[in-house]
Ligand binder design. Structure first.
Ligand code: NAG
Ligand code: NAG
Ligand code: NAG
Ligand code: NAG
Length: 455
């Protein structure tokens, strides 16, 4: 060996070889996100072996890192399930998630509140994070409320880094109206919109102020829906996933479409129900939360439906809620997208399907009315602030969970939930939702149960 080194006579060469070897090791270890194994209906473990609690959230990609944000552990409290704040996880491959922390603690940070908000505990639901380029900060928006929906509002906090800490700004009723489930949408030019259930009667879309801490008036409305998740495959074509309002119980998914130059002008049409196959009528026991465009190394974009399985009728109820991530695929008949259930899947499995152009994108789809006939009537709701006529109960009443589970739910309830248990047997039984391709997944004995649990 020594001879060889002397023979080549170049320590630099040796360094080069070493660096090259290290680079190769690094490359081999860096799995592509499209290769991540996703197992719907499970609670994944983070890199420390703890359950991931990021419910009702979404994913934001910053440079090469994916950040998964969501509600922290949903503690059974006051007859419902309440999160103390917002958890954040990071990953470079969508497989191994590192816990960043509870980046927003409502108990600690929600101060100077409107009188109607009372004091902690609060309802902190459906958090979303946006990067505001003009202000060079991250803005966290979520449904803030009292435990019994006494002040349905939007809470806002800001941070210089995505990893926080987030500083409380305020909570307010956007455009002066009760605001329940919410999502956000950001255009390429930074213009951002709040998309929320107004009074649980209809979905109202409002542009956010330049600093994203206020709304500028409702400029588009869509029919009554929860869990609204807007995505836009190409300019001028907006889609919105949503659900009906049945509390924690699952129901069929809804898909809306609008052809418009911007969300200001969006006139929404309901497309045929996107879910296919067994379990479609209960969205495979899940509810929409977010649609994430995953871009593959070759530029293919696959839209990932991110839903929550609230597990209301299962063991531990909402405390044991899991995640259902599925491919949202362009339909071949021009009616937007469809969801199909997979027991486990990798985004790369759907590379070819994801590349099928969505006919609505090019304006050659059947007219909305024709698409409507196939589902027995689309509901069209125009722009402007006019509310749709609510089809059922509104306000908090619209969220009442039926006492009986919907038929067919058993097939979409995985037995291995595991959440707060730390026995070896339950850990072994628990598949992680995502594991590094072919790699072993660290499962450490200690499960992190937030301090709040015992508080
Ligand atoms: C959140 O803040 C409260 C009040 O300061 C504190 O008691 C609690 O431990 C905090 N929770 C976590 C997980 O840090
Ligand atoms: C869309 O809405 C914006 C903002 O309200 C308005 O300025 C614009 O004229 C509208 N465009 C069309 C095509 O209606
Ligand atoms: C969550 O589900 C697991 C598996 O069925 C069960 O063992 C556990 O007790 C549940 N958690 C709670 C808090 O009930
Ligand atoms: C859902 O569809 C299945 C058939 O696939 C049916 O057995 C079940 O009753 C339906 N459930 C609901 C809630 O409609």
């Amino acid at each position: 060996m020594g001879k060889l080194i002397r023979a080549v006579g170049a320590p630099q060469l040796w360094t080069t070889i070493l660096c090259g070897a290290l680079l190769l090791v690094t490359l081999a270890a860096a799995a592509l996100p499209e290769e991540a194994l996703i197992v719907p209906g499970t609670l994944p473990l983070d890199a420390d072996g703890n359950s991931v609690h990021a419910h009702g959230g979404g994913v934001l990609k910053v440079k090469d890192t994916f950040y998964w944000f969501g509600e922290s552990y949903k503690r059974p409290l006051l007859g419902d399930f309440l999160s103390e704040g917002v958890n954040l996880y990071s990953s470079t491959d969508m497989a191994t998630w590192h816990y960043v922390g509870l980046v927003f603690n409502g108990t600690q940070q929600m101060v100077d509140l409107p009188a109607d908000m009372g004091s902690a505990p609060f309802r902190i639901e459906r958090p979303k994070i946006l990067y505001n380029e003009a202000y060079n900060n991250y803005v966290l928006l979520f449904h803030s409320d009292t435990p019994k929906f006494g002040y349905p509002s939007v809470g806002v906090a800001v941070a210089k880094e995505i990893t926080g800490p987030y500083e409380w700004v305020r909570c307010f009723q956007p455009d002066g109206k009760a605001s329940y489930d919410m999502g956000v949408f950001q255009e390429d030019d930074g213009t951002a919109f709040l998309v929320r259930s107004v009074e649980n009667k209809y979905v109202g879309i409002s542009q956010l102020s330049p600093d994203y801490t206020d709304t500028l008036g409702i400029s588009s409305t869509a029919p009554q829906a929860e869990g609204p998740a807007v995505f836009r495959p190409v300019s001028g074509s907006y889609f919105m996933m949503g659900s009906h309002l049945t509390g924690w119980a699952p129901n069929p998914p809804q898909l809306f479409h609008a052809s418009a130059p911007s969300l200001h002008n969006a006139t929404w049409t309901e497309l045929p129900e996107p879910a296919r196959g067994e379990g479609a009528n209960i969205t495979y026991n899940s509810q929409s939360s977010f649609v994430f465009p995953l871009e593959f190394a070759d530029g293919t974009i696959l839209y990932i439906y991110m839903g929550d399985r609230w597990n209301f009728y299962g063991p531990g109820k909402v405390e044991n809620a899991t995640y259902v991530w599925l491919p949202l695929l362009p339909r071949t008949d021009g009616a937007g997208y469809e969801l199909q259930f997979e027991n486990e899947w990798r985004p790369a499995d759907f590379r070819d399907r994801a590349r099928v152009p969505v006919v609505y994108n090019t304006g050659t789809a059947p007219a909305p009315a024709a698409a409507a006939e196939t589902t027995g009537g689309a509901r069209v709701q125009g722009g402007g602030a006019a509310a749709t006529t609510p089809s059922g109960p509104t306000g908090a009443a619209a969220k009442r969970t039926p006492t009986q589970p919907p038929a067919g739910i058993e097939a979409f309830t995985r037995p291995s939930i595991f959440a707060l248990s730390s026995t070896a047997a339950s850990r072994a039984a628990a598949p992680s939702m995502t594991t590094a391709a072919g790699g072993s997944f660290a499962r450490r004995a200690a499960n992190r149960v937030e301090a709040w649990l015992t508080g």
